[in-house]
Design a protein around this ligand. Structure first.
Ligand SMILES: *Cc1c(COP(=O)(O)O)cnc(C)c1O
Length: 354
């Protein structure tokens, strides 16, 4: 079996799979309540919040769409800088919402000042931001953008931290983030199918007043059930066993050590790129630390490189996403990777490059 270094889903450890193979339990019993409760302290630590984390049996898009449904009463501003953030705007439109966007070129970061200018037009009550745009390797200025959004009373901020949650510190409460969400198959190194998210008090108050929220993704249902450490509907219990395990692994490593490890492993790939004259797609100062996205140089047979790397060494990297497929390639260093496993990948890539 080939090992994944694509930016999601990523490699899942044997220990995690083992944890997920525990015998099934009922989700309305004490055992499940204990399981749910056990995930809270570390999720809250990683998110920088005292708010409860909800567990949604869906990929991240479920919660991304739900945020629009629960929170947009007037008009949403989608901050667009790549495949995932651009799509959030098209999802807003497809739901029939009033939506506008700040659009920058793929590979650029969102400027807080551009957000201010747009919000000054008025009429908005919600902003969506992708912290780490996985398609381009751009990490946006979360602090700067949050500060701008918070200066507009009544405008809520939803932050997708799918590929940054647990890779870098995030301060939900300090920054005034209203919804912080992440899917588990990226930085948390679990198989796909579960998302975690937390809502501010203000977000829940907004949701409560929203008509037609439905059931499966109703934030108020999540909040009610969370009071007794439960979920509205039957959750992916095996994935929650996996989540409990990985949060324990993070506890044992220490969050600061985990952040430092991601930074160091990412730097190894950047050094490798520099050595081979591969240029970063993301600008200096806004480069992700959980993945690297490089331009494909002219004349470089990227497809062959990726194919041989997999066939000869069993490592899978990604050949670009969306409209920059082929023009870029991406390497993940999320999850459980160590200095040694990154070095193995680097040696293999060097071997293929010859
Ligand atoms: C992968 C990803 C998503 C989409 O997640 P799904 O699991 O496909 O719903 C959303 N946002 C970011 C930043 C991602 O990296």
């Amino acid at each position: 079996m080939a090992k994944l270094f694509i930016p999601g889903p990523i490699d899942v450890s044997k220990e995690t799979y083992c944890a997920m193979s525990k015998p099934m339990i009922g989700h309305r019993g004490k055992e499940f309540e204990e399981l749910y409760a056990s995930t809270q302290p570390m999720l809250q630590k990683l998110g920088g919040t005292t708010r409860p984390f909800f567990l949604s049996t869906s990929s991240a898009w479920g919660v991304m769409e739900a945020s629009l449904k629960n929170l947009c009463a007037k008009k949403v501003l989608n901050l667009c800088c790549g495949a995932f953030s651009d799509k959030w705007y098209s999802v807003s439109k497809s739901m029939g919402l009033q939506a506008d966007k700040v659009q920058v070129e793929w590979g650029d970061a969102i400027s807080p000042e551009a957000v201010r200018v747009k919000l000054e037009e008025g009429g908005y009550d919600l902003v969506t931001l992708i912290h780490n745009e996985t398609s381009t390797g751009v990490m946006n200025d979360l602090e700067g953008i949050a500060k701008v959004v918070k200066s507009f009373p009544g405008v809520l901020l939803v932050v997708d931290s799918v590929s940054s949650f647990s890779a870098v510190p995030i301060e939900m409460d300090k920054l005034g983030i209203d919804v912080l969400l992440a899917g588990v198959q990226k930085a948390l190194a679990l198989p796909p199918g579960l998302s975690v998210f937390a809502c501010s008090q203000q977000a829940l108050e907004r949701a409560e007043a929203m008509p037609n929220r439905g059931y499966y993704f109703d934030f108020i249902e999540f909040a009610k059930n969370a009071q007794t450490n439960n979920t509205p509907s039957t959750p992916a219990i095996s994935l929650i066993f996996g989540l409990q395990h990985i949060l324990g692994v993070i506890e044992a490593e220490g969050v600061q050590n985990r952040y430092a490890r991601h930074k160091a492993n990412n730097a190894m790939i950047h050094e490798w790129g520099t050595r081979h004259e591969f240029k970063n797609f993301a600008p200096e100062g806004n480069q992700s630390v959980s993945l690297s996205c490089f331009h494909t140089p002219p004349g470089f047979d990227q497809a062959a490189f990726i194919k041989v790397l997999k066939a000869k060494h069993g490592f899978v990297i990604n050949g670009g996403y969306g409209k920059i497929k082929g023009l870029t390639f991406r390497i993940s260093n999320m999850g459980n990777e160590t200095r040694a496993t990154m070095q193995e990948l680097i040696d293999a890539m060097d071997d293929v490059l010859g």
